[in-house]
Design a protein around this ligand. Sequence first.
Ligand code: PLP
Length: 393
Amino acid sequence: MTSEQIGRLAAECGTPAYVFDISVLKQRVAYLRSRLPERVQLCYAIKANTFITGALNDSMPRFEVCSPGEYRVCEALHIPPEKLVISGVYKTPSFIRELVETQPGIGVYTVESPVQLRLLQEAAEAKKATLPVLLRLTSGNQFGLDKPVLREIIANRSQWDGLDILGIQYFSGTQKTSLKKLKRELEHLDELIAELESEYGFVCRELEYGPGLPAFYFQGDTFDEDAFFAEFSQLIQQLHTSAAITFEIGRGIAASCGTYLTQVVDCKRNKGQNYAILDGGMNHLVYFGQSMAMKLPHCRVYPLRSDGGEEVWNLCGALCTANDILVKQLSVRQLRIGDVISFENTGAYCMTEGISLFLSRALPQVFLLREDGSVLPVRSATDTYPLNTPNAQ
Ligand SMILES: Cc1ncc(COP(=O)(O)O)c(C=O)c1O
């Protein structure tokens, strides 16, 4: 986004605000489609950013949802139930029963534990339905099923006659840049699928895999995405399985479309350091890992001034914690109260993972920047103090 666009948006939207650019989002999906083999279909993990879900409906065959709340978002946006992957390590029993009862057309449910397996079987029996399921294989944490347990389910699958086991789901983590690691994972899954067929006659029809595609937040981060996808695509072509492959992606789809706008509300000099206080902060801006303030994010100051010498500023958020530093030691000419700071690549997880309740500050506004250049408000600034207020004293 150019400096002028940022100025225009800030004037139109106010701050703090997220602006999600639908053209950029669509270009990103088209890019991923152009780089991945045709046999790979895309699934958007809506936890990354619920607000762009509707804009993805035309291009996305699947949406992964992990909670009753995420399901309600999809319902409100009229995402067809057959596109939904009902996932998550805690499948609220009442919600699953309700879903099976009222939404027979749900795309697929994942199974992360024997308890979930029984829950889904019982819900299927009660409805006299057959539910399509994927068994999630663990990568060695609280998620998914241990391999021996998964094998046992497959070996005894006739016992689970309310479930149609389509295949396997696997997700081991995010921000993966190592093709070696991806190769290891894909080979491991390919081997497992072959073993399940040779040992139990189980034909895996679907492999739903989360590649954990990386996004780049800091200046100086370098990554040749074209080369990465060329090699990654080869790895996929080399798989022996003929299962349909779906990539569950959050960050890799959502990150690039987001701009976060915040404004300087105070300026001071303490013990020889310049501090600018912003109306936003770390409660709105979440990058991966603990790298905030240790690296320089992709950010711009509006207006850009050409006069005066450069000064070094620390840009701090509005929370009562010394950790709330968004940028350390930024060189700027004549920073002033009212200047707007925009942060790029903030489309994924910022608005869903932020520590929203600390200090009872309002949630930022959200806008969609439509393809015709107009701005659509999709959430107003939302008070959080009611959530921090006891119901009765
Ligand atoms: C099961 C599952 N699939 C997909 C994703 C999306 O991951 P990413 O944002 O790295 O693409 C997540 C993220 O937590 C996940 O838990």
